[in-house]
Design a protein around this ligand. Structure first.
Ligand code: BGC
Ligand code: BGC
Length: 718
């Protein structure tokens, strides 16, 4: 539809029709309205059949058939024939499930992440979906928070890179392209920093920290073209994000020039009443609307109060047309006025979902997402070794992780299946405990382990221990899983631990008692096949952590880019009066950026084209990397920068670049990074971007604790 026609359409709409465009409800509302029933949920939200005929957006979905039916029926009753927009959470795949986002992040492979988003979009689009509530780019540092599994980790730069890849994956160059869906970046803003790691809890930080570390990834998603933004449940500087005008209007619309659609999180408009910043639902509607929030998801503030607020001039009236126009424009960009069903096709669902190519990508992404944390030369395994698999994940199919609601366990390959496919003989397994760690066939597991040359121990958390509402104070392996580990360790058999989990865990004990540890996360549909190929050396592990593993939950949050303190712990001589714990190290068990390979990479000395950076002139920093081992492998070369001295406290180091290279044995390659002045900047006390003259250390290495650096100077007046 042409812009003029869209504007004409807007002018013909009644106020009820307009408000309808600002509402999003679950599909059963529409189905119930078809049947003409007033159900409990309808009563809760305060909506009736009459109003539903105007509601413009649907949350969550079934397949193509259901969506076509709902759309068809809706259009038959809608006065202006404005199609419904179908949105849902396609977080790491639709039917073909990829590793959870935290795991995909560990691939450090932007192209791979983009491809997984592209495939997710293809599969979701034939099921009739128009918008996905992804990417989730919340910066996360606290593994007690269950939603760390949805993020790509603790680093602002890396999260921004992946935000861009995902948006480009979902949306491609243009939404006209077949198989695309629109991206909605979330949760704006800083949802990933709840106090104590407890979901929905208070977030409180300085605006400087918010702008420096938490906001950039959302902005990067928008720069990449994301069409929508979802607000977060938490407050930002004392005001719930959903009603926060400084955030939604000031930052998002005025400063970043975002002209797309914003949507609240589930019920977050009326939750302002519980936050006690809105007296009642009407007040909540008023605050959200004045903050320029477009769509209210699953609560009844707009639908029941906006009309009165507008008629009584209690809100800025002009916002209504602006909001509705933004929504109509998105529907138009998706081509819904011409084809309200878009790519929905029951036929295509059959061929596109879980296609051979999609499964192959799922396997490759699980290869690259897994992180080899420890290896006392036990891996790769040899096919002749007599192995058994012990533990609750030994033959478990629930390895897709949270947010895989369209994925099916029956399509998923367990570890046992994957290993049997490689070694071509049956493998014995015994769970010993269930996923929660309650003892099951414990004795059988021990007896079985006695027979083996090598024990593969498949442990972890059940999927629902992470994800939304999945906060934990104890991030050890659940229940008696560690007793299983202890008992098997007593047998003095070599142990390979394979971990299935949605968050960094406290694995200090496991680390001591295992000869090798492969962090598999929730690896998705092809998990078992991918893991078996890694364990047997058909594929060389290359994943690198994007979130630090603590030694102990008491250290949390522990992250690599922490600030300098006035009393850093400097040497090994004991001094009580420095920043430390009496009973534990400061450092994590496994740092950000860390991961092993079956080969070794040696780094030469860091070279620089010049040691002076100016406003106008950047420099190049390079290092030669050699594969000194016996097999080919992929290395992620990481660039960190430390600002030696600044007007505000700066992190000890910050990731500013990375490159992946694949090297054959004995092969070398020089990896070069450009250093520009913008990489040296920060947000100053007045909340402005600045670069201050002075010295900086440039580190290049294979994880965040790397110590090799060169020093450079920034001069701004040359
Ligand atoms: C979650 C969002 C999600 C929405 C819709 C909320 O509970 O916080 O991440 O997109 O539900 O399913
Ligand atoms: C302590 C202060 C104390 C001062 C003088 C410092 O180390 O932090 O609380 O008053 O020493 O003894």
């Amino acid at each position: 539809m042409k812009e003029v026609s869209l504007k004409q359409l807007l002018n013909t709409m009644t106020i009820d029709e307009k408000i309808g465009q600002l509402i999003q409800l679950a599909p059963f509302f529409f189905q119930d309205s078809i049947k003409g029933e007033i159900t409990g949920p309808m009563r809760d939200i305060g909506i009736d059949v009459d109003k539903i005929k105007y509601v413009g957006n649907v949350l969550g979905i079934g397949g193509a058939k259901e969506k076509r039916m709902i759309q068809e029926d809706y259009l038959a009753h809608h006065p202006n024939k404005i199609p419904l927009l179908f949105m849902g959470d396609i977080i790491h795949g639709y039917k073909t499930i990829f590793p959870i986002p935290l795991a995909l992040g560990c691939s450090w492979n932007k192209d791979l992440v983009k491809e997984t988003a592209r495939v997710a979009a293809k599969e979701a689009s034939v099921a009739g979906l128009h918008v996905t509530f992804s990417p989730m780019v919340d910066l996360v540092k606290d593994p007690r928070w269950g939603r760390v599994m949805e993020s790509t980790g603790e680093d602002p730069y890396l999260n921004g890179e992946f935000a861009e890849s995902m948006v480009l994956g979902y949306q491609s160059e243009s939404l006209d392209e077949v198989g695309t869906i629109a991206a909605c970046v979330k949760h704006f803003a800083a949802y990933g920093a709840p106090e104590g790691g407890r979901d929905y809890n208070t977030v409180d930080m300085s605006k400087r920290v918010l702008m420096q570390y938490y906001l950039p990834a959302y902005q990067k998603a928008l720069d990449a073209g994301a069409k929508m933004v979802m607000t977060s449940f938490n407050s930002v500087d004392g005001i719930p994000a959903t009603g926060n005008r400084w955030l939604l209007k000031g930052i998002l619309r005025d400063s970043w020039k975002f002209n797309g659609v914003t949507v609240s999180d589930y019920g977050s408009v009326v939750e302002m009443v519980e936050h006690r910043t809105a007296e009642n639902k009407k007040d909540a509607a008023k605050q959200a609307f004045n903050a320029t929030l477009d769509i209210e998801m699953m609560s009844g503030a707009y639908v029941n109060h906006l009309k009165t607020l507008i008629e009584n001039n209690e809100v800025e009236k002009a916002f209504l047309d602006e909001s509705v126009y933004r929504i109509l424009s998105l529907k138009n960009e998706l081509g819904l006025f011409e084809n309200p069903y878009r790519f929905a096709s029951e036929e295509k669902e059959k061929t596109v979902h879980l296609s051979k190519e999609h499964r192959a990508l799922a396997k490759r992404s699980a290869h690259e997402a897994s992180v080899l944390l420890k290896n006392d030369s036990l891996l790769p395994l040899n096919e002749k070794q007599n192995i058994v698999i012990i533990g609750p994940y030994s033959d478990e199919h629930s390895i897709m992780g949270p947010w895989s609601w369209q994925g099916s366990e029956t399509d998923t390959i367990s570890l046992k299946q994957g290993i049997e496919a490689i070694i071509k003989r049956p493998v014995k397994t015994a769970s010993g405990t269930n996923l929660k760690g309650e003892l099951t066939n414990f004795d059988e597991a021990i007896t079985l382990a006695k027979e083996a040359d090598v024990v593969i121990l498949a442990l972890g958390e059940p999927a629902h221990y992470s994800g939304e509402g999945g906060s934990r104070t104890n991030i050890k392996l659940p229940g008696k899983q560690e007793s299983l580990l202890e008992a098997i360790h007593q047998l003095s058999k070599p142990i390979v631990s394979v971990l299935f989990n949605g968050r960094p865990l406290d694995i200090k004990n496991l680390n001591e008692k295992s000869n090798a540890i492969l962090e598999a996360w929730f690896p998705g549909t092809e998990g078992g096949n991918a893991l078996a190929e890694l364990l047997y050396g058909y594929v060389n592990p290359s994943g690198r952590l994007t979130m630090s593993f603590p030694r102990n939950v008491g250290q949390v949050p522990v992250y690599y880019n922490h600030f300098s303190t006035g009393r850093p712990k400097k040497n090994h001589n004991y001094n009580r009066y420095v920043s430390h714990y009496l009973d534990e190290e400061n450092s994590p068990l496994y740092p950000f950026g860390f991961g092993l390979s079956y080969t070794n990479f040696e780094y030469g000395t860091i070279q620089a084209s010049s040691h002076v950076v100016t406003e106008k002139k950047g420099i190049e920093v390079s290092v030669e990397v050699t594969n000194t081992g016996k097999v080919a492998g992929k290395e992620t070369v990481q660039l960190y920068i430390r600002d030696d001295f600044a007007s505000v406290i700066r992190p000890v180091k910050e990731l500013k670049g990375f490159k992946q290279i694949e090297l054959n044995p004995q092969e070398k390659r020089t990896v070069t990074f450009k250093i520009k002045d913008s990489m040296l900047g920060f947000i100053d006390q007045s909340l402005n971007k600045t670069v201050e003259p002075g010295t900086f250390k440039i580190y290049v290495g294979n994880h965040s604790e790397t110590s090799a650096f060169i020093e450079i100077t920034y001069k701004n007046k040359v």
